[in-house]
Design a protein around this ligand. Structure first.
Ligand SMILES: Nc1ncnc2c1ncn2[C@@H]1O[C@H](COP(=O)(O)OP(=O)(O)OP(=O)(O)O)[C@@H](O)[C@H]1O
Ligand SMILES: [Mg+2]
Length: 357
């Protein structure tokens, strides 16, 4: 129960220019935890609201468990949604808040009591059942909102930034609880966030959205290691991935990437190309053995140090180095790229090649 298939869905709001969602096709497997991530305004909430039935697609179809639900109202879709601004009923107890949806569906009182207890127990809020929402902390309230969705036992859960109102610590904790909950329930979960840490740590697969499109749908580490587009490369990872602009020149079996760094690559011939490499895949070498530059900033973070270097020619490089002695600001260093980790993108930002050792 609970696979979700989007078949080329698009959404254009009246009176606005660009499409909010611009042709998204993908399938979320039954029982999968999928996270949609992307910058503000890229269309995440709109996708989720269309799956929920709160918004009608301008074109395209939506299937849940193979059934076309595009024209069905939300209550007939067997989904439960939790928003960032969950509204609890202030005059009802936590117990009544969680059981509210079941009462509306005329589930027998005894069964409601049992289901509410079970869910409250699994979320660690049993002791608050007789309180009112105003007597709870933000994190506890959010768990009540989650419990209210979970108690309905839907085929699909939809979450729209449900943790963004919580402080960092409670947020990390609730993140872990949600992942454990998913493991236990095995229900399909689709989770929207603009927080890449949330996406990377929770998802089985991440859908990275940009301007109404999904640029990549893949497991988190694949997104990190092999971003399909330059946008994905830059959106995921902190510090941000290094980007060097240049071109590729013909050279027999492999080409030469010619830019602020020089490197042999397996890629097409391109007048305009971008080479990317993660900060942990740049090494500090003697200036004659790499691209020379000057250290502009040293950020000791404890377990590691981030080094910023301005290369001859003006491009910036960021290196992630293990803790230990590092060059001081102003010194001249060499920067070398670990070739197999470098990726080549064409002028349209598509992944077309990689470095060769
Ligand atoms: N009801 C609406 N009427 C008109 N335009 C809308 C409406 N809802 C959303 N939009 C527009 O559609 C685009 C996508 O909005 P959406 O809310 O899906 O983005 P989002 O990715 O969820 O962003 P955020 O991270 O800020 O929540 C935005 O440009 C937004 O302004
Ligand atoms: Mg949103």
């Amino acid at each position: 129960m609970g696979s979700v298939r989007l078949d080329n869905i698009a959404k254009r709001f009246d009176g606005t220019g660009a499409a909010a969602v611009d042709g998204v096709s993908l399938t979320i497997a039954e029982g999968e935890f999928a996270v949609f991530v992307g910058p503000s305004g890229c269309g995440k909430t709109t996708v989720l609201r269309m799956i929920a039935g709160l918004e009608t697609p301008t074109s395209g179809r939506i299937f849940i468990d193979g059934r076309d639900v595009t024209d069905l109202p939300p209550r007939d879709r067997d989904i439960a949604m939790v928003f960032q601004n969950y509204a609890l009923y202030p005059h009802l107890s936590v117990r009544e808040n969680i059981g509210f949806g079941l009462r509306m569906r005329r589930v027998p009182a005894l069964e409601i009591a049992q289901r509410v207890d079970r869910v409250a127990d699994s979320l660690g809020i049993l002791e608050f059942l007789d309180r009112r929402p105003a007597q709870l902390s933000g994190g506890q309230r959010q768990r009540v909102a989650l419990a209210r969705a979970i108690v309905r036992e839907p085929a699909v859960f939809l979450f729209d930034e449900p943790l963004s109102n919580l402080d960092a610590q409670v947020r990390a904790q609730t993140r872990g609880e949600l992942v454990r909950l998913h493991r236990r329930l095995g229900t399909t979960m689709i989770y929207v966030t603009h927080d890449q840490v949330e996406a990377m740590t929770m998802a089985q697969r991440v859908a990275v959205m940009h301007k109404g499109r999904v640029e990549q749908l893949a497991p988190p580490l694949e997104v990190y290691r092999t971003p399909a587009t330059l946008f994905v490369a830059s959106f995921v990872g902190s510090p941000t991935i290094n980007r060097f602009s240049g071109r590729t020149l013909g050279g027999g079996a492999s080409q030469l990437f010619d830019g602020a760094v020089q490197l042999r690559v397996a890629a097409p011939l391109l007048e305009e190309a971008t080479l990317t490499v993660r900060p942990e895949h740049l090494d500090l070498v003697a200036p004659v053995h790499g691209s020379a530059g000057e250290v502009t900033l040293v950020e000791p973070l404890g377990p590691e140090t981030i080094l910023h270097v301005r290369l001859t020619g003006g491009e910036e490089a960021t290196l992630r180095l293990p803790a230990g002695p590092v060059p001081t600001v102003g010194s001249t260093v060499g920067v070398a790229v670990r070739a197999p980790e470098a990726l080549v993108y064409d002028g349209a930002g598509r992944l077309v090649g990689r470095g060769v050792a």
